[in-house]
Design a protein. Structure first.
Length: 91
């Protein structure tokens, strides 16, 4: 079971939602040095201590992440920031 598991609704068209997820990926890369790659409708991201994905569904996003030891200690602020960004981009 992932350490972080968020489902966030959206009403965007697929291309628009994909572009918004890519913006989030760009910020993750810039701020945290993660590597991102698309696999169909899922954006996978990872770096030492974090591995996760943002799955684009027709009416929702599903964000999951496994956190290593150091990041597990910061689970609450990481999850809070993810929810804030999702609310901002997809509400």
């Amino acid at each position: 079971m992932p350490d972080i598991d968020i489902r966030h609704p959206h009403t965007m068209e697929p291309q628009q939602a994909r572009a918004a997820v890519q913006e989030i990926a760009d910020k993750l890369t810039e701020r945290f040095g993660v590597t991102c790659r698309w696999d169909s409708d899922s954006l996978h991201f990872d770096r030492s201590g974090i591995e996760g994905k943002i799955q684009l569904l027709p009416t929702a996003l599903h964000v999951t992440a496994d956190l290593g030891f150091l990041f597990a200690a910061m689970k609450a602020p990481i999850e809070s920031e993810l929810r804030r960004v999702l609310d901002k981009r997809f509400s």
